[in-house]
Design a protein around this ligand. Structure first.
Ligand SMILES: Cc1cc2nc3c(=O)[nH]c(=O)nc-3n(C[C@H](O)[C@H](O)[C@H](O)COP(=O)(O)O)c2cc1C
Length: 201
């Protein structure tokens, strides 16, 4: 089949997210200007540069108590900092709970039963027990076409790796099994690896 997005897909559910799979999940922690911790998963997330290391996530849509966006973006715009926490399979339910559309004064760490720990390089909380966390300073927020589509870029200023996930100097993803987002209500989990050498190696 072929369709133009503006004409509709004619399927029971939009296949867009099932086409772009698997997507890593950036579990974004931020803090409101009045000191309330915030946590939410964003699967429009990725790394975008090595030197200096940089990441992005995209927020799409609004919530009733924010003017044209979501709490994470509003907080980051106000404070200039945020964290990306990596989601282990063991954290799947807490991650899902943290996606609830709670009022902006609500702390999703508490809602999801998670412990916040203070960061090293920025005034922000990170998820205790996350396999890795990237502390980030905001570099740019870009507005995209459409309503409330915004991309947040940040430079990584601190990297936490859980000691038990390091095996012989390698950050071993099989030790924590990262979660990936698929389409619809589906997720995947990384349990097996294979390696390929690049042609120029
Ligand atoms: C696995 C997962 C991935 C998500 N990815 C995104 C995303 O990339 N962009 C987005 O705007 N919302 C995404 N959401 C929805 C947000 O997490 C949700 O709107 C949340 O309430 C936003 O929280 P905030 O207002 O505290 O930032 C995702 C939800 C889940 C469960």
């Amino acid at each position: 089949m072929f369709y133009r997005p503006e004409d509709g897909h004619g399927l029971p559910h939009n296949p867009f997210n099932a086409i772009i799979t698997p997507r890593p999940i950036g579990w974004i922690s931020s803090r409101s200007p009045d000191g309330i911790n915030n946590l939410a998963p964003y699967s429009f997330f990725n790394g975008v540069a090595y030197t200096p290391p940089q990441v992005m996530f995209a927020s799409t849509g609004t919530k009733h108590d924010q003017d044209g966006g979501k709490d994470s973006v509003a907080n980051i715009e106000a404070t200039g900092v945020f964290c990306v926490n990596v989601v282990a399979h063991a954290h799947r339910d807490a991650m899902n709970a943290s996606s609830a559309g709670l009022a902006k004064h609500h702390d999703e760490f508490a809602h999801a039963g998670l412990t916040p720990i203070e960061c090293e390089t920025i005034p922000c909380a990170r998820v205790d027990g996350a396999p890795a966390t990237l502390e980030c300073k905001l570099t740019k927020i870009v507005s995209l076409p459409g309503e409330a589509n915004r991309v947040v870029f940040g430079e990584v200023t601190g990297v936490h790796l859980r000691d038990d996930c390091l095996k012989d100097g390698i950050f071993d993803v099989t030790s924590f099994q990262p979660l990936a987002r698929l389409g619809y209500r589906d997720y995947s989990v990384v349990t097996e690896l294979f390696s390929l050498s690049r042609p120029d190696d």
